[in-house]
Design a binder for this molecule. Structure first.
Ligand SMILES: [Zn+2]
Length: 106
């Protein structure tokens, strides 16, 4: 896999370029209304929220599976009421250490 492939996968997973990182202050919480909104990307299956910088992404099935692998858990088939939380992402300068699967509370 080339560097370009890595960048492409990174961009697909995290939805943004590597330049101009957001300074992560941490402690962000997702907006439950925003989490409940229908996904906008036609290949999106789940949202990922970064508690480091507050960014919200949509992941495709393979991106979501990759995050599950990083977190050491299996994703359920039905992701409609779930979202992922990470503590750092490629958009910010927080160091990624964990990913967890949460249920959207309505
Ligand atoms: Zn982030």
């Amino acid at each position: 896999m080339s560097w370009d492939d890595d960048r492409m996968i990174d961009a697909k997973l995290f939805g943004c370029a590597k330049a101009a990182k957001i300074h992560a202050t941490g402690g962000y919480r997702p907006d439950p209304v925003e989490l409940s909104d229908p996904l906008e990307w036609n290949r999106g299956v789940i949202r990922e929220f970064c508690s480091g910088c507050g960014s919200l992404f949509e992941l495709c099935r393979s991106g979501a599976a990759a995050m599950g692998e990083l977190g050491g858990f299996q994703l359920p088939d039905d992701l409609s009421d779930r979202y992922l939380v990470v503590d750092g992402c490629s958009c910010c300068d927080a160091v990624f250490t964990s990913v967890s699967l949460k249920r959207i509370k309505s």
